[in-house]
Write a protein that binds this ligand. Sequence first.
Ligand code: EPU
Length: 337
Amino acid sequence: MTALTLIPDFDLTAHNTLALTARSRFGVKIERAEDFPALYALAAEQNLPLRILGGGSNVVLSQDFDGITALVSITGGGIIENGPDATVVEASAGETWHDFVVFTIDKGLGGIENLAGIPGTVGAAPVQNIGAYGAEVADVFESLLAYDTTTGTTRTFTGPECKFAYRDSVFKYEPGRYVVLSLCLRLKRDWQPNLKFAGLSELEGTPDLTPRQVMDRVVALRNSKLPDWRVTPNAGSFFQNPIVSLEDAAPVLAEFPTAPSFPQPDGRTKLSAGWLIEKTGLKGFRMGRAGISERHALVLINLGGATAEDIAALATHIKTSVQSRFGIALHEEPVFT
Ligand code: EPU
């Protein structure tokens, strides 16, 4: 067993897509799934809190963390089953999600092309059940392997055990309990493109349409709508789209009959948080070192040197403003840690 190397006064600015100024008392890279028991033992021995970080694309990191931040850097994966109806692909938690998408496309497999370009790692993908352009990871989920920090054992989760829902899974119920180690997806041979979403429907009818063509269109769409975190640091959608009762949505729809509203199977409706923020007059709004993107009102950006406090203050301002304008409560998507 290799000893874990704790790096003191670890700078995390380059390890979060919001590029927040953030340090941790210690940092450590975890490159093997077998190292988790030793990591938790070490943290307990030193009496320090432990924080697990993947790609840092869905977090608001506190300026100073008095503990150990572990970067999940386990890589690897491939095709693990090639059946007549489907191919099962696996990737380790530290792989970049988009690279995994490209791997499947290179193998001629369709199924996750609509999820191309989403920042972050494979390990984070099932936690919030990442989704875009009418697809989500739950649609093709086969199983995952996770380290249970309470029992110190590794266990497999099936789809139903993950309790996937819109941007939700069992891994959010008990934050910190499980660390995802690897993910398996089942990609059907009989691929059907999912072109329902505006922007993709124009591909409808393309002869011999391939998953790669859909992926390229998705990447182009994302580039045209969302700021690139490498250029303008951000954490993607900062709020979930609120799913509300028809009664709660009524004032919005009475004033704006064409407001985006997506009926849900349970009778409620999903409103668009970006639309609500824009209609509240906040698109492009700036508050200190944080702001709202001028390109997409759901994206909060770091204007330079922002800390978690700047982002939190802006997020509170947005929630209060939308609540008083429309009576709708917004909920943050990224985890404050
Ligand atoms: N809209 C506005 N103003 C804006 C932005 C959007 O009025 O500034 C309106 C749009 O015109 C559209 C509606 O809001 O009618 C929805 O916008 P969009 O199609 O951009 O999608 P979204 O609901 O804002 C969701 C996901 C994104 C995903 C896109 C595309 C959530 C919280 N966000 O955004 O995921 O890429 O759909 O499928 O569900 C992420 O989670 O980080 C993320 C980027």
